[in-house]
Design a protein around this ligand. Structure first.
Ligand code: ADP
Ligand code: ZN
Length: 606
């Protein structure tokens, strides 16, 4: 059972000519009967690391996964490739489960997905004697960590596999695990001589674009969707259910195929929307963060945040749902002072203990450090996970359009002083109006046209003042009162005394942080079809129509028939026979049998 055999399966079943380097390493270990810990980012091809050995090795591979939606997607995809795959989880009827168990015992499955709580039942443990396990793959292996957010007690029980089947290779896979979690996973689930294959966190195909919400975030989003991702699938994250409903309705009214998703909706409607997102070609899902866990849709071309995510970890996970297929994708965010104030107030008002609150503050600071970064964003993001790409990425807004920083320390001092002189109870708009010396009835009524800071800030424009205040709040040098006023904190003193500095990126000044025509134009939407010329493009659209019909007939998502990359390659190369189709990456033997004739006929018609 060598790597050569696995490479044959890769070509024959999955239609790919070669493993990626980290896959090569992992599959090599498994084919050598070795345990292996796999930490690879989403979209890097983790699933193939167990799917290929599952087919190449005798017996049935058992894949443990807590995500039912993901099991369903993968089973569907594998069956479309002719792999004998099934899933055993709570969505099955007792009869359905029994039928799967019968297949397992009969030895007619290459691969079985099992929910962890089912694997540890006595019933399943008894079954384990009845068939030959090819390997055990434990997905989402970080769930074994008692210190993580996703801890699942059943994962601890999975260690029995190690005692009972010492000769069967085990794989523990995850997309996110720091050092400590990695050690925990290896310690609990794998043999001590297990190989560790850990690649970085980088998702190079995702372009990061972050800008300010200057009050026009929604029209900016619409332009982003229409100009760069027309007809593509995407996710728009919103903070509240109400905002989800609003934004979805608004986008739909502008002609975007947008659907809402949040926990407050009628369950049937919510599931229907999720199904459409999964199966149809270009749906934009507007959702709260409740949406996305276990969504394995490979062709999500953008993830947009209309307000600050909860943390950089959450941002990485949420944006990570873009571009699982490895094709160019975009993570777009707009945020504003109100977001910062809100999160800050949330922390200050929580009844968590002091240590917890300090952690929350650090988390917010890290997030804002990323948002306000003036250098390569990918470096800031990866540094947060102790990862270093070694060079600027060339694929984030700051790399595409470098910006200088401006020293705003003096302005920051003026702002703090102005907050103090006006009594530490007014919001950002009022404080800025005083700094700018505006003629305002409220200011006069309060006598603030007579304080020393009135009109001292006219050299700085309003957008810049906002940037300064945002940073001061983010850094904890300003805090908010119950009524959204700003007040000083025990950290304000340093800056006021002349210690410390504050810098603001130039793009944060004036223009409201909107990406310029240059960033907007460069590289287009980055979808596979964008590299096609006119006639190829028209052919692509016709093939897409055919794909839709085939998917509909077979009741599978469009990408299960063929993904966009394969479709674009066909439109470009126009294969005339079966050998030509087989040369297209992503088309293996079974796909050729199933769909080859239909595509060749469509191409012959031109
Ligand atoms: P993960 O499980 O790590 O999120 P997937 O296994 O879903 O990643 O793979 C992501 C994408 O990369 C899929 O579209 C898959 O077809 C593609 N892919 C994986 N391995 C290869 C390979 N060796 N060559 C070409 N494409 C690959
Ligand atoms: Zn960059």
């Amino acid at each position: 059972m060598t790597l050569a055999r696995a490479t044959e399966v890769l070509a024959d079943v999955f239609g790919f000519p070669a493993f990626r380097p980290s896959q090569d390493e992992v599959v090599g270990h498994v084919m050598d009967d070795r345990d292996v810990l796999v930490v690879m980012p989403t979209g890097s091809g983790k699933s193939l690391c167990y799917q290929v050995p599952a087919v190449a090795r005798p017996g049935t591979a058992i894949v443990v996964s807590p995500l039912i939606a993901l099991m369903r997607d993968q089973v569907e995809d594998l069956r479309a490739r002719g792999v004998r795959a099934a899933a055993l989880n709570s969505s099955l009827s007792p009869e359905g489960a029994r039928a799967v168990e019968d297949e397992l015992v009969a030895g007619t499955l290459d691969l079985l997905y099992v929910a962890p709580e089912r694997l540890v039942t006595d019933r399943f443990r008894a079954l384990l004697d009845e068939f030959e396990p090819a390997l055990f793959a434990i997905d989402e292996a970080h769930c074994v960590s008692q210190w993580g957010h996703d801890f699942r007690p059943e994962y601890l029980q999975l260690s029995f596999l190690r005692e009972r089947f010492p000769w069967v290779p085990r794989m523990a896979l995850t997309a996110t695990a720091d050092r400590r979690t990695r050690d925990e996973i290896a310690d609990r689930l794998l043999r001590s001589d297990a190989a560790h294959v850990v690649t970085g966190f980088d998702r190079p195909n995702i372009r990061y674009l972050v800008g300010l919400d200057d009050g026009s975030a929604r029209p900016q989003l619409l332009r982003f969707v229409q100009e760069r991702h027309a007809g593509a699938a995407g996710i728009v994250y919103c903070l509240s259910r109400r905002m989800v409903d609003d934004v979805a309705a608004w986008l739909a009214a502008q002609g975007v195929t947008a659907l809402p998703y949040h926990a407050g909706m009628d369950a049937a409607e919510r599931d229907a929307n999720q199904q459409r997102f999964r199966r149809e070609d270009g749906i934009v899902m507007v959702a709260t963060v409740a949406f996305g866990m276990g969504i394995d849709k490979p062709d999500v071309r953008f993830v947009a945040h209309l307000s600050l995510p909860r943390s950089l970890e959450a941002y990485y996970q949420e944006t990570g749902r873009a571009g699982r297929d490895g094709l160019p994708s975009e993570a777009w965010m707009r945020y504003g002072l109100a977001d910062v104030v809100q999160q800050r107030r949330f922390i200050d008002g929580s009844d968590a203990d002091e240590e917890h609150r300090r952690q929350d503050v650090r988390r917010l600071e890290a997030l804002l450090g990323y948002c306000e970064a003036t250098g390569c964003r990918r470096r800031v993001l990866l540094a947060h996970f102790d990862d270093d790409p070694g060079a600027d990425c060339g694929n984030c807004d700051n790399c595409l359009e470098p910006q200088d920083t401006v020293d705003m320390t003096e302005a920051a001092r003026m702002a703090l002083s102005c907050v103090y002189r006006t009594g530490e109870r007014f919001g950002a708009g009022y404080v800025i109006a005083v700094l700018l010396g505006r003629d305002d009835a409220r200011i006069r009524r309060n006598g603030h046209h007579e304080v020393s800071t009135f009109g001292i800030g006219t050299d700085v424009d309003e957008a810049t003042w906002k940037a300064v205040l945002r940073q001061l709040v983010a850094r904890g040098e300003l805090a908010t009162t119950e009524h959204d006023g700003l007040r000083l904190t025990d950290r304000s003193g340093a800056l006021l005394r002349g210690d410390g500095t504050l810098h603001v990126g130039r793009r944060r000044i004036g223009a409201g942080g909107t990406a310029s025509a240059r960033t907007r134009g460069r590289g287009g939407a980055g979808r596979p079809a964008d590299a096609l010329d006119g006639p190829q493009r028209a052919r692509f659209e016709r093939l897409r129509e055919l794909r839709r019909t085939l998917a509909h007939e077979q009741g599978v998502p469009a990408y299960v028939v063929l993904d966009d990359a394969a479709l674009a390659a066909i439109a470009r190369d126009v294969p005339r026979d079966e050998a030509g189709l087989l040369a297209i990456p992503g088309i293996g033997r079974v796909k050729l049998e199933r769909y080859g004739a239909a595509f060749l006929a469509a191409l012959a018609e031109e």
